[in-house]
Design a protein around this ligand. Structure first.
Ligand code: C5P
Length: 228
């Protein structure tokens, strides 16, 4: 069964905690990204962990191998469950990340970001490949380097799962038929993403901006249980 992760992309910690109060019991995972982590840091993570939420720390590390490996090592002490690095950092960077993580045990899961779901074809600077082809080659690299999974568009997940069934796939760019597109481009509905093989769905604005976020969360969960 695929897991639903709420992206806590909010400017304010108290607002985020009030929202989590409303979702209590209906949510298993949340995602902390650059915005929240830059402002509130490890303290926020401890607060989320005390609510028994699993944490996806989406910092998308991308730098030289040594720097990223050191950052991964520091993250291992934060108690998060899943962490992202950019596959475009290349083989040496990815292998250094896995070595750093394995040195500290098996947690967190390390997922590689392939191509951001906000990129439409032709928008990636200097890259002439189509996003789906580029994502596929980065997925192959992630597997070679021993990553636990990748982040990709739901529009690419079916092909990637077909070629690399052992790779877990986490998909943002989830848009129920009743929600707006925002800046996302390569999107799918929750039912499509699950049917195409996604293991984790990350959803932000369709829940955050809903009049009734709990209802939106439950509706998405319901759509995930009826993949088509
Ligand atoms: O609001 P929305 O549902 O578009 O949020 C999607 C979340 O997934 C955001 O937090 C965004 O940073 C993240 N994400 C993404 N594309 C990726 C990786 C992460 O949209 N490739």
């Amino acid at each position: 069964m695929a897991e639903l992760i709420l992206a806590l992309d909010l400017p304010d910690r108290d607002e985020a905690l009030r929202l989590l109060d409303k979702l209590d019991g209906a949510l298993g995972w949340c995602k902390v990204g650059m915005e929240m982590f830059t402002h509130y840091g490890p303290q926020l993570l401890a607060e989320l962990a005390s609510r028994k939420l699993k944490i996806f720390l989406d910092l998308k590390f991308y730098d030289i191998p040594h720097t990223v490996a050191q950052a991964v090592m520091q993250t291992c002490s934060l108690g998060v469950d899943l962490l992202t690095v950019h596959c475009q950092g290349g083989q040496r960077m990815l292998e250094a990340c896995i070595a750093a993580r394995n040195d500290r045990g098996k947690k967190p899961l390390l997922f590689g970001v392939t191509v951001l779901t906000s990129f439409a074809a032709g928008e990636m600077p200097g890259i002439t490949a189509q996003p789906q082809d580029f994502a596929r080659s980065l997925a192959a690299l992630a597997l070679t380097c021993g990553l636990d999974g990748i982040v990709c568009s739901p529009q690419e997940v079916r092909d990637i799962k077909h070629d690399y069934p052992g790779l877990a796939c986490l998909c943002p760019g989830i848009r129920p038929a009743w929600a707006g597109l925002g800046d996302q481009r390569r999107v799918a509905t929750p039912g499509q993403a699950v049917a195409w093989g996604a293991d984790y769905l990350v959803v932000g604005r369709p829940i955050l901006k809903a009049k009734d976020p709990r209802d939106a969360l439950l509706r998405i969960g319901e759509e995930m249980s009826r993949p088509f």
